[in-house]
Design a protein around this ligand. Structure first.
Ligand code: NAI
Length: 301
């Protein structure tokens, strides 16, 4: 196919690439010519333990299929880990064009029972992990005026899921992180977008229930939108895409028109206009905090 999207000459880092979704993203990018760093700590779903085999296994699969890849087993969750992962890419391939922040763990607990032992590792791997790996690549991307970043969020944070206050906070933090990356990277042709995936992996197989039998939940159905957002032709920046079982859609945060009444803004005014405040008719999707402020200018007119 002549119009096939390819990644020749591009170097991609996929964190948590040793299993599930990360493995599928790494395999797809490599199959289209990207040189891939498959990063994976090789631990259990709750983040305990580590081993080199997860990343090495996927590298072997990529090489077997005729692609190029190297394994990295550093943890994403520290500044040093992030730097070491990007160093692996530089040592092996001399540059970094694409970062897919995908590494993740789960430590579910109802909020009542949430303790630092459940919160801290989840924030460290998901939120800080995306932060430190991206930051290690950021200067390189600015210098080369090119970068594509996909950060993995979750519907559990964007919309909510019982027992996952830690995970939900981390995953929605990733949305805020990406919104700001969008602005800081814009003039350097660095584009950062968010994925909210759904797939049957070791992380979710027990949680899937009937979804797993009704739909094709393989990770390979999620990877095309990730690869698309990593391609040089990608035009969008700071957007959120949801992908599961062959469905791909956009998720966005909108702002309602609201009410404007500086002269008599009272609690009772709020009560009496609450439906109007909440009314989504005529909503906008602000591209920045300033654009949201623009609603005020519009209301004043
Ligand atoms: P998975 O457990 O199959 O893969 C996650 C990988 O991340 C594992 O190989 C693990 O070793 C690695 N990892 C964990 N901590 C790490 C660290 N500190 N440094 C480097 N690697 C580390 O899980 P899955 O389902 O493939 O998840 C991938 C991402 O997608 C995660 O961020 C997850 O939260 C997210 N996600 C997945 C959903 C699904 O339906 N599978 C739904 C929503 C979000």
């Amino acid at each position: 196919m002549s119009d096939m999207l390819r990644y020749d000459g591009r170097v991609a880092v996929v964190t948590g690439g040793g299993n599930g979704l990360g493995r599928a993203h790494a395999m797809l990018l490599a199959s289209r010519g990207a040189k891939v760093v498959v990063n994976d700590l090789g631990g259990a779903v709750d983040g305990s333990g580590s081993s080199a085999t997860a990343a090495e296994r996927v590298v072997a699969e990529i090489v077997e299929a005729g692609g190029e890849a190297v394994a990295d087993r550093n943890s994403v969750s520290t500044v040093e880990g992030g730097q070491a992962i990007i160093k692996t890419a530089l040592d092996a391939f001399g540059r970094v064009d694409i970062v897919v922040n995908n590494a993740g763990i789960l430590r579910d607990k109802s909020f009542k029972n949430m303790s630092p032992e459940f919160l801290d590792p989840v924030l460290d791997v998901h939120l800080k992990g995306a932060f430190w790996v991206t930051q290690a690549a950021w200067e390189l991307m600015r210098e080369q005026k090119y970068g594509r970043i996909v950060n993995t969020s979750s519907a559990a944070g964007i919309f909510g899921n019982f027992g996952q206050t830690n995970y939900g906070a981390a995953k929605m933090g990733i949305v805020g992180f990406t919104n700001v990356l969008k602005q800081e990277g814009q003039k350097y042709n660095i584009k950062a977008n968010v994925l909210a995936p759904g797939a049957k992996t070791r992380m979710t197989e027990e949680l899937m229930g009937p979804m797993a039998t009704q739909f094709r939940m393989e990770p390979e159905l999620v990877s095309p939108i990730v690869a698309y957002l990593c391609h040089e032709s990608c035009k969008v920046n700071g957007e959120i895409y949801s992908a599961a079982a062959g469905r791909v859609g956009r998720i966005f945060i909108g702002a309602t028109k609201g009410v404007f009444n500086p002269d008599s803004m009272t609690i009772e005014y709020i009560r009496d206009h609450f439906d109007e405040i909440r009314d989504t008719e005529g909503y906008i999707i602000p591209g920045s905090a300033m654009e949201e402020m623009g609603l005020l200018m519009k209301a004043k007119k």
